[in-house]
Write a protein that binds this ligand. Structure first.
Ligand code: GLN
Length: 191
């Protein structure tokens, strides 16, 4: 199993460090050709407008979208969640638009822009460390989307088949449980 990490912008190195610590073969993805060699991809946090533009400029957006629609496992964190969403409640732009969620960008406003907490996550039997940085959250879900985590009444993690999206940054903690959850999705997809 080899996991790609989209490395156009944002916190990709931190995801790499986590996968390295778990001894999972991985590579940084900067071209569409590299999509062929991997079994799943992580879309990191960063700035979704910049990341969306780079995805288009490098012609990765369409091939990646097609792969995800055909069941390719994807894990979006923070900006990555925004890229996956079919609708953004406070922006006209849609990027990959593959996941049946409506997401609000910078949903916590300025005052609570960044915070850290321990939260429940369905399928992980311990509290998960969650770091939020100018984070989005999910405002609406379509049928078929499973809610995995709710923090302060807001949906912060969701899964729809091969797609996992969280509004926090698991890669900025020493807690590898959400990455392991994603790796299980990839293993089952390969069967
Ligand atoms: N606010 C950023 C955006 O809209 C996301 C922040 C993050 O990834 N930490 O893309």
């Amino acid at each position: 199993m080899k996991i790609g990490i989209l490395a156009l912008q944002g916190a990709f190195q931190e995801h790499k460090n986590i996968l390295d610590s778990l001894n999972i073969d991985n590579c940084l993805v900067k071209t569409k050709e590299q999509l062929k060699d991997i079994d799943g991809i992580i879309l990191p946090g960063g700035e979704s407008t910049a990341m969306g533009k780079l995805l288009r400029d490098f012609d990765i957006l369409e091939p990646l979208k097609e792969k995800i629609k055909n069941g390719f496992p994807v894990f979006g964190t923070c900006s990555g969640m925004i890229l996956l969403a079919e609708k953004l409640s406070n922006s006209e732009v849609v990027h990959l638009g593959v996941m049946g969620i409506e997401v609000k960008r910078n949903a916590y406003g300025r005052q609570l822009g960044s915070f850290e907490t321990l939260g429940d996550f369905k399928g992980i039997d311990k509290k998960v460390k969650m770091v939020f940085i100018r984070a989005p959250y999910v405002e609406n879900i379509k049928e078929g989307v499973e809610i995995l985590s709710v923090v302060n009444g807001n949906i912060t993690a969701v899964r729809e088949k091969n797609m996992l999206a969280v509004s926090f940054h698991p890669e900025l903690t020493d807690d590898t449980s959400v990455h392991k959850y994603f790796l299980d999705i990839v293993k089952n997809f390969k069967k």
